[in-house]
Ligand binder design. Structure first.
Ligand SMILES: [Zn+2]
Length: 485
């Protein structure tokens, strides 16, 4: 693609991934023209964490020590400050991340109850077909391997090893998961036995910050602070509007500060095991041969917009803004521009659709025609006012919400409601709707969304045939509702 300047509006918005190869890593690795040619990545490693807000991490400015290991890793990575998920739900978010395609095109728009159509090709399939060994170790029950007779495909498609072994049951519902230690153990077990020769693609998905927040006791104690007098009703549904959702309830605890502290402790629990994984990759001399990308599938509301300890309820920033760290082979150049804390940062507006092209560019592989994202190898070259449909969600009772943004402005709307506009730079909490003051911005983003809709390709979606047991499990998770509710 003749990427820059992007001429047509549709291209400006949703440019197809470029065919940039490893040479395009120059700006990321070297940050200046005099640097030697960057090293091609032999392997690709994607590490994701469920329900992890960027602003609760040290690298993103959080004052508590939730993420010393991740912060240390970030010093060798490029840190993206304006990165967004495609949706606030696990299934569509991870499906887009692992295919490079928006949820609308792959049949996972409504939430967690759909699986991708059979014609969708995943990153793992493409890499496997190119001779890569492929392995995934995932710990959220929603992305466990589908039964052989299921319609559609799951995220296991293309992985030679798909370790979704989960024996831990959540406290309040029929949902299985695996803790961070078990996740790292599974990844290390594969690394110990992987084929010595050849290239590989490894995906590791941690679950820990997902509720209910039950960190190890020592971390719960470390992060506990005296709570304020704020109290909430203990919910009897899975919704988080003005209450503690049923699935999050910790016995009779009704003080939201206690939950917030426990959320922080859960992040540190994940962080310790993230650090163990990175250390082992380093010890095996794999880190500097790999492109490593870290992100979260979505965020979490901790009381913003009256939503407590939940996601998948709206597309406000706290549910869709995610951390995104890209570590090229050998790490970001020591000569790269860094902030006062030592991080190389980018304020480019990016989303999960950029991850697949980024991995392929680093691996020196041609991009895929269906991809809409751009390689993040050289973020300074990304279009400045890049408009992205950051997310959408089909809520219960057939209420949907969409958002589109350009890095500064975010426009959110539901059917039959007036759109809301936020200046995210001035108002990161999205508290002040300025749509009435900025009609031109509203019109521009509405036009951009219409262009996006027109640009969507064939819908490859197909609904998974969910058996009774799975249906009950999903209902218990709060992801589907029966006729009774
Ligand atoms: Zn999730």
């Amino acid at each position: 693609m003749d990427a820059r300047p992007l001429r047509s509006p549709a291209r400006r918005l949703f440019a197809r991934a470029t065919r940039l190869g490893a040479a395009a890593l120059a700006c990321l690795v070297a940050a200046c023209a005099e640097q030697p040619e960057p090293k091609r990545a032999t392997h690709a490693i994607l590490i994701t964490c469920d329900t992890l807000r960027a602003d609760r991490l040290g690298v993103y400015g959080y004052e508590r020590a939730t993420s010393p290991e991740l912060d240390a890793f970030a010093r060798d990575a490029l840190v993206f400050d304006r990165a967004y998920s495609c949706a606030p739900w696990t299934q569509p978010a991870l499906s887009s991340l692992l295919t490079g395609r928006p949820p609308e095109e792959i049949g996972v728009t409504p939430g967690n109850t759909k699986r991708m159509g059979k014609s969708v090709e995943t990153l793992a399939e493409t890499l496997r077909d190119k001779g890569f060994a492929t392995a995934a170790c995932v710990s959220n029950g929603l992305v466990r391997k589908l039964p052989p007779n299921a319609a559609g495909i799951g995220l296991e498609q293309g992985f030679e090893l798909y370790d979704s072994e989960m024996t831990m049951r959540e406290k309040n519902r029929v949902a299985f998961e695996r803790d961070a230690r078990g996740t790292t153990d599974a990844a290390l077990a594969w690394l110990a036995t992987r084929p010595r020769d050849g290239r590989f693609f490894l995906w590791v998905h941690f679950q820990d910050p997902h509720g209910p927040y039950l960190p190890p006791p020592e971390l719960a104690a470390e992060f506990a602070r005296p709570p304020t007098d704020e109290k909430l009703p203990l919910g009897t549904t899975q919704r988080g509007l003005g209450q503690i959702p049923q699935y999050q309830r910790l016995d009779g605890e009704n003080r939201p500060d206690v939950y917030r502290d426990r959320y922080d402790a859960e992040i540190r629990c994940f962080d310790r095991e993230f650090g163990r994984l990175i250390a082992e990759l380093g010890a095996r001399e794999l880190l500097d041969d790999s492109i490593v990308v870290f992100t979260a599938d979505h965020g979490e509301s901790l009381g913003e917009h009256d939503q407590y300890f939940c996601h998948g309820e709206n597309v406000q920033r706290e549910q869709v803004h995610v951390p995104l760290l890209v570590r090229p082979p050998g790490g970001v150049s020591k000569r790269a521009d860094r902030d006062e804390r030592g991080y190389a940062r980018s304020s480019a507006h990016v989303n999960h659709l950029d991850v697949a092209p980024t991995l392929f560019a680093a691996l020196d592989l041609p991009s895929i025609a269906d991809w809409r994202g751009l390689p993040l190898s050289d973020p300074t070259a990304l279009p400045r006012d890049r408009a992205l449909v950051q997310c959408f969600v089909a809520l219960r009772k057939n209420v949907s919400e969409w958002a589109i943004g350009d890095g500064r402005w975010r426009l959110l709307w539901r059917e039959h409601d007036a759109p809301r506009l936020y200046d995210v730079l001035a108002d990161p909490g999205e508290l002040r709707n300025v749509a009435g003051h900025e009609p031109e911005v509203v019109a521009r983003l509405q036009k951009a969304y219409a262009e996006y809709e027109r640009s969507l390709g064939a819908r490859d979606g197909i609904e998974t045939e969910i058996d009774d047991e799975t249906s009950k499990g999903l209902e218990a998770l709060g992801y589907v509702e029966t006729q009774k509710r």
